[in-house]
Design a protein around this ligand. Structure first.
Ligand code: NI
Length: 298
C-alpha cells in the first residue's frame, strides 16, 4: 500500500493561536471517503471488542466491562487493522505535529473512542499530562468520524490552561477502579469553550490544556479517532508516577498484566520492532535518548 503525502499545513496564525490557547480547530483534514472507511473499520473492531484480552479495549467510565459500555475505547487500533497505517489522516497528523512541536515530533500512541447514541457518557475535565510525568511536548489530534456537536459530545477546552502547570487529579468519585481521571478543585470551568468540528475535521490540544467532552444525547454513535504525537524528552523526569495513577486498580490493567505474562511481551516486542521499521527516524531518536540516559548513569 502507498503511504499518502501530507496535504495540509497550518498557517502562522493557527500556530500562534495553538501556542496561546492550547488548542485549535481545523476544517476537514481528510476525505469523506476515508472518514467512511475509518468508521467501518472501527465499527468492526468495536463489535469484536478487539484487544479485550490484552487490555487494549476497555470502557473508560465503568468499573468493569459490561454488555452496554458507556464510553468504550481501543488503544492502538492499528494493531488490529493494519490499513490504518496508510491513511491521509496519519500523514497530515505527522506534518501538523512537526509544525507545532518541532521536527523531532512523531506518533506516540493512538486510540479510538465511541460514545454510544443517547447514553454515551461525558469524559470528565482533565489534563492528558496528568497521566504520566514523562509527558513533555505532546499534542493530540482528535478527529470525529461524523460531525461533532455540543449535543453529541464535542470537545471543550479552557483557553490558556496549558500554561498553568499540572492540577491535582483523582479518579471520578475516588473510585480507583475507573480508568479515567478528573481534575480536582477550582480551575475556571466557566471559561470553557466548546469546539464543534465537521466530520474529518480536527480539534488539536496540548497535553496540558484542561479539556472535557460532553455526553452523547444524539441519535447517532459519536466516533473520535485520536492520534497523540510527542517529542521524546531528554533525561529522566523527577517523578516516576503521579499518585493518582499509582493507586489505579482497573480491570484493564489486570487484563494487560495477565496477557503480558502469558506471552504478550513477545507480541509487544514484535509490534515495537514493526513500529521502528515503519518510522526509523523516531526509532533512532529513541535510541539516542536511551543512550544519553545510560551514559549519564555510567
Ligand atoms: Ni484527554
Amino acid at each position: 500500500m502507498r503511504r499518502p503525502s501530507p496535504n495540509v499545513s497550518l498557517t502562522e496564525d493557527q500556530i500562534r493561536s495553538f501556542r496561546e490557547n492550547g488548542f485549535l480547530s481545523l476544517p476537514p483534514i481528510t476525505s469523506s471517503e476515508e472518514v467512511n472507511a475509518l468508521r467501518a473499520t472501527f465499527t468492526r473492531l468495536f463489535a469484536g471488542r478487539a484487544g479485550m484480552k490484552e487490555g487494549a479495549y476497555f470502557d473508560m467510565m465503568s468499573v468493569e466491562e459490561t454488555e452496554k459500555p458507556v464510553s468504550p475505547q481501543i488503544l492502538d487500533p492499528i494493531n488490529y487493522a493494519p490499513e490504518l497505517r496508510y491513511t491521509q489522516f496519519r500523514a497530515n497528523v505527522k506534518a501538523i505535529a512537526r509544525q507545532l512541536l518541532g521536527e523531532e515530533a512523531g506518533i506516540s500512541l493512538e486510540h479510538v473512542i465511541v460514545k454510544p447514541a443517547r447514553y454515551g457518557a461525558p469524559t470528565p475535565w482533565h489534563q492528558d499530562a496528568a497521566h504520566d510525568p514523562r509527558i513533555d511536548k505532546q499534542c493530540s489530534i482528535w478527529m470525529p468520524l461524523q460531525e461533532a456537536t455540543v449535543e453529541n459530545g464535542c470537545m471543550h477546552f479552557i483557553p490558556g490552561s496549558h500554561l498553568e502547570g499540572i492540577y491535582e487529579h483523582a479518579s471520578p468519585n475516588n473510585d480507583v477502579r475507573i480508568h479515567c481521571l478528573e481534575t480536582q478543585g477550582e480551575f475556571g470551568r466557566e471559561k470553557a469553550v466548546p469546539c464543534p468540528v465537521p466530520a474529518g475535521g480536527a480539534s488539536i490540544h496540548d497535553a496540558r490544556v484542561l479539556h472535557y467532552a460532553g455526553p452523547n444525547r444524539s441519535d447517532g454513535d459519536r466516533f473520535a479517532y485520536v492520534i497523540v504525537c510527542n517529542v521524546l524528552r531528554k533525561g529522566k523526569p523527577k517523578e516516576r508516577q503521579f499518585r493518582w495513577m499509582a493507586e489505579k486498580q482497573t480491570t484493564r490493567i489486570a487484563r494487560e498484566l495477565a496477557w503480558q505474562s502469558r506471552g504478550g511481551r513477545l507480541i509487544e516486542a514484535a509490534r515495537k520492532l514493526r513500529k521502528a521499521l515503519y518510522d526509523p527516524k523516531r526509532a533512532a531518536i529513541k535510541l539516542r535518548r536511551l543512550s544519553e540516559i545510560f551514559l549519564k548513569r555510567a
